[in-house]
Design a protein around this ligand. Structure first.
Ligand code: SF4
Length: 330
């Protein structure tokens, strides 16, 4: 059986006059039915751009450069027109909960009116059908239907986020891409949002979820697979337990040490555990893009780009010294 979505060597760059920012630079990944794939990395690693590129939501200055995105082994999204993507794919097959979704709702429109507007434009649903669909979905995901007649300012941040997720899944998309759905929420509200994302799977409303976050601790609670992104590339991917217990890439180890550590005084220090800054993606470093920040860098790291290589059946790493780290973890 083919994967639900196969992305092969995709590249998408932001163009500013004659310069290109290589936000997504040769990413290959696949999403299976039932997957909850977490994509983690620092801000500026390209993960939000990747979320948009996977559904071919490409808007200037972003340009799709090359690669293929194959849905269910049949349709190449990169070959579809904007009109076809809009009428056949977005919302129906792949839906996106964008970053800052809390602000998606229009302050002067009740939730229900917002839903009617969205469904009228994108799916040509009649008002009555749109309301019925929304009532049903809200009940499915445990949201009170009274919320439909409220204005956004009458709802808490957590409720607004859950409403936006419910709206994104009205047409039962096969893939839900949720970009930082828990940022700006307190811990207990984060839990409610994560629970809702899991419930969408249990109820078979969505088949797979891609959860994008800077906070790898969030992924520990829900992800089945994790991909770590750095400077426009996936540098490590593995089943969630494996990646969190035996990370092999020095960057992944840094991310986990600074975020997942149980000691509050250490976790508060955040990403300062990884020295340096993410690189300039107009002129990324030669060889391994992490080498200017890596305390283990050797000459080969500066000269040659490490390919993403299988270390075990499902664990892939892009590091020249990965076998050394693997030996240490045994
Ligand atoms: Fe560090 Fe070299 Fe591995 Fe890159 S390839 S992460 S520089 S050891």
């Amino acid at each position: 059986m083919s994967s639900l979505l196969d992305a092969k060597d995709i590249k998408a760059y932001y163009r500013f006059s004659s310069q290109f920012v290589r936000a997504v630079d040769g990413v290959t990944l696949n999403i299976d039915y039932g997957d909850i794939l977490g994509i983690a990395g620092e801000s500026g690693s390209g993960k939000s751009t990747l979320g948009n590129v996977l559904m071919m939501n490409i808007r200037p200055p972003l340009q799709f450069m090359e690669g293929r995105i194959i849905l269910e082994g049949k349709y190449d999204l990169t070959m579809m027109t904007y009109q076809d993507l809009k009428s056949q794919i977005w919302g129906r097959v792949i839906a996106l909960v964008p970053q800052n979704a809390l602000n998606v709702l229009i302050p002067t429109r009740k939730v229900q009116d917002f839903i009617i507007d969205v469904l009228k434009v994108h799916q040509k649903l009649r008002k009555k059908d749109a309301v019925q669909l929304a009532r049903q979905r809200f009940q499915d995901v445990g949201l009170p239907v009274e919320v439909l007649i409220k204005y956004p300012h009458q709802l808490s941040g957590g409720m607004r986020q859950r409403v936006v997720i419910a709206i994104a899944t009205l047409l039962s998309p096969k893939i839900l891409i949720a970009d930082e759905p828990t940022s700006a929420l307190d811990v207990s509200t984060q839990k409610q949002v994560l629970k809702m994302l899991l419930q969408l799977h249990v109820d078979n409303i969505v088949k797979s979820t891609i959860l994008i976050t800077h906070d790898i601790a969030i992924l520990r609670q829900v992800a089945i697979k994790i991909g770590i992104m750095y400077a426009g590339k996936i540098i490590e991917t593995a089943p969630a337990d494996q990646l969190l217990q035996t990370p092999l890439h020095p960057y992944t180890r840094g991310l986990i040490q600074c975020v997942v550590t149980p000691e509050p005084e250490i976790s508060k220090r955040g990403l300062t555990h990884i020295p340096g800054e993410p690189p300039d993606l107009i002129r990324p470093p030669s060889g391994c893009r992490f080498h200017p920040r890596c305390m283990h860098a050797e000459l080969i790291c500066i000269q040659e780009e490490p390919p993403l290589t299988f270390m075990t059946n499902h664990h892939m790493v892009a590091c020249h010294l990965a076998t050394r780290w693997q030996a240490c973890s045994l």
